[in-house]
Design a protein around this ligand. Structure first.
Ligand code: GCU
Length: 642
């Protein structure tokens, strides 16, 4: 074994061993199901069988249903993908899959597009390494400046993704450097090889492209989206891609953002830019994912009128209705940048005439970089279920008609994700994009059962460590939604003023009297006004802003009393002391897992927990000391602050 098997160890199919299976129909994905069954040591049958799989188109795409009759479990699937997903449901259910209480409801994904984005570079980038914001070693796709000769691990990855319903993968970084730009043209034959690994698992490959590709790769003098030659260049390039990869998914673009080229250079807007690519893709059924992460990253910190949180909304809402049908505008879940706590991006509720995708970050850039055990199912579930226009309005999941996309967290590390427990995040993203209404803690338990098998005590231990680990992380890092306070550049560990005088637009404005960003309409940047009611009014006033976001929206005196009854500064002290104590308990409880999990896994998690405790302590002491020194207000409980 060259890598850990994540949630599909051999034992996950124990209940199917020796049973008989009949699969009716022909096709690449049905062959995959047959191979999976053989791998599970099921016996093929032509007539009577314990399990049968057959297609009934009336169910619709990607859909399946389990029917139990006369001692036979029948997977009825709307198409081949549905059959594959139905197979993995049999795995997930364990012994229940062959019992009379199989859940019989129709299983249909809430989102047609369930995508993972890889921020992988072919070359090792001098600052970012090979995988930008990657914490799991090198890329599974690329090595030594080339696509890997042996891509078998990509196949293993594809299998894992299919088992949680992922159906699209973008295979290179949205920051497209010169080497990676060539995947679209000169290296297309290599992308063909990557697509071959994904195809048997029903996963379509996408590429990130540079908006300047016509100049970079085509030798044209311009990449102006309204230039006819530029349009022709894209049409030709895309046609060649589809000739080589008929099931190619489409293109992903980061334009006019953090130094990436875009339509602004030509006085054009993002609808012009996105439609240019959309028109090249349309004849082939392809999609362009156009990211809304556009803001000024060279801001002057002295300038209090510019608010990065406003940027996506300000850039994109005027364009609503102008995007072609095969454009998906991809919106980060928060208005800033994947912070541990942000309000939901108001853009998600402001583009009724545009297909939107929600973008999440499975890789833990701002949530402990896979050194800290932080399970993200809970915050994602909150975001997906949030109703920007109040209780009668749609959820974020419903507003994201273009589906879900997330930055992957895997690499060539033996455990795939550096921290073995971070595998749970990949799992949860897949399951929640299939069904956003699943309870995150039930999804966590599914992952635990599949990964660790039937050991109730171990399950309790792992559940106890992960279930509220996001709240734990939040409690010892930046307080009350104010965000950042991380070391600039690599974003790991505390640096309270690390970004305070930087050009990136991420400030907390702490002074001797208080802390937080005034984003109200009345006296601040006006960001609160980007929300529909009732949230616009709620966020406008500290009295109706939820505590956990209050410093995102308001600059408040240290003595301001929160809904919790605590003052802001006492909340900071209490939550930071509490957070470290919670990590101490995590460390202690992991001891229960000794001897119950493989030694290498036990050791890896132990090492990471030790680092988490060190880092959390550092966060606690720096943040508490900073605010004690700024405010001069002592801790009510007289604990040690430096
Ligand atoms: C963050 C991250 C970058 C990334 C960017 C993006 O700013 O730090 O590495 O390129 O997001 O989403 O494009």
């Amino acid at each position: 074994m060259t890598h850990h098997e994540m949630w599909l160890p051999e034992s996950s199919t124990d209940h199917l061993r020796g049973r008989t299976l009949r699969v009716d129909g022909e096709g690449v994905l049905l062959d995959t199901v047959r191979r999976e069954a053989a791998r599970a040591a099921m016996l093929p049958a032509t007539t009577d069988a314990d399990v049968t799989i057959d297609l009934d188109e009336s169910l619709g795409p990607e859909t399946f249903r389990l029917v139990r009759r006369d001692g036979v479990t029948n997977v009825v699937a709307g198409d081949e993908r549905g059959a594959l997903y139905g197979w993995f449901e049999l795995v997930r259910l364990g012994a229940r899959a062959l019992g009379d209480d199989v859940p019989g409801q129709v299983n249909r994904p809430a989102h047609a597009m369930r995508m993972l984005d890889h921020w992988d570079n072919i070359d090792v980038h001098p600052v970012m390494g090979q995988v930008e914001r990657g914490y799991s070693g090198g890329s599974i796709f690329y090595d030594a400046g080339e696509v890997r000769a042996d891509l078998s691990r990509v196949g293993a990855y594809a299998r894992l993704l299919a088992s949680v319903g992922i159906n699209r993968v973008a295979v290179n970084n949205v920051n497209v450097h010169a080497r990676e730009a060539r995947l679209l043209t000169d290296d297309l034959h290599e992308v063909v090889r990557i697509a071959e690994q994904f195809r048997p698992w029903g996963i379509r490959v996408h590429l990130s492209v540079s908006f300047a590709a016509p100049i970079l790769l085509g030798g044209l003098p311009t990449s102006d989206p309204l230039d006819a030659e530029v349009a022709q260049w894209w049409a030709d390039a895309v046609a060649r891609v589809y000739e080589a990869i008929p099931d190619f998914g489409g293109l992903l673009v980061k334009a006019d953002s953090e130094g990436q080229p875009g339509p602004f250079s030509y006085g054009r807007d993002h609808a012009d830019g996105a439609n240019l690519l959309a028109r090249a893709l349309a004849p082939h059924g392809g999609i362009v994912h156009w990211r809304a992460f556009v803001y000024n990253h060279t801001q002057d910190w002295r300038d209090r009128s510019t608010d990065r949180a406003r940027a996506a909304f300000d850039h994109f809402t005027p364009l609503d209705g102008r995007f072609d049908e095969n454009v998906v505008v991809q919106v980060k879940h928060g208005p800033m940048d994947f912070q541990v706590r942000e309000p939901v991006s108001p853009l998600l509720a402001a583009m009724p005439g545009t297909r939107l995708a929600l973008e999440l970050q499975v890789t833990q850039e701002y949530s402990g970089q896979q050194q800290h055990a932080v399970h993200l199912g809970r915050p994602w579930s909150e975001v997906l279920g949030f109703r920007p226009s109040g209780d009668d309005g749609p959820t974020v999941s419903e507003l994201a008609g273009g589906g879900l996309a997330a930055v992957s967290n895997v690499g060539d590390d033996f455990f795939w994700t550096g921290h073995p427990l971070a595998q749970s995040n990949l799992y949860a993203f897949g399951r929640l994009s299939w069904d956003p209404q699943l309870a995150p803690s039930a999804v966590l338990d599914e992952w635990i059962a599949l990964t660790f098998g039937d050991d109730p005590e171990l399950a309790r231990t792992v559940h106890g460590i992960l279930d509220d680990s996001w709240e734990t992380y939040e409690s010892y890092t930046a307080p009350l939604g104010v965000g950042f306070m991380v070391n600039p550049g690599q974003h790991y560990g505390p640096s309270v003023d690390g970004y305070e005088y930087s050009p990136w637009g991420t400030y907390h404005f702490a002074d001797r009297d208080g802390v937080g960003v005034d984003r109200s309409v009345a006296t601040g940047t006006g960001f609160a006004g980007q929300y529909p009611e009732p949230w616009r009014s709620r966020y406008e006033d500290p009295a109706t802003t939820p505590d956990e976001l209050v410093l995102f929206f308001h600059h408040l005196p240290y003595g301001h009393r929160l809904h919790s009854g605590k003052t802001v500064v006492q909340h900071i002290y209490d939550s930071h002391f509490d957070g470290v104590e919670r990590v101490e308990r995590m460390v202690a409880s992991w001891e229960q897992a000794r001897g119950r999990v493989p030694d290498d896994l036990f050791e890896r998690v132990s090492e990471r927990l030790a680092e988490q405790l060190r880092s959390a302590t550092e966060w606690r002491d720096q943040v508490n000391t900073y605010f004690l020194r700024k405010s001069g207000i002592p801790d009510e409980r007289g604990r040690r602050i430096f």
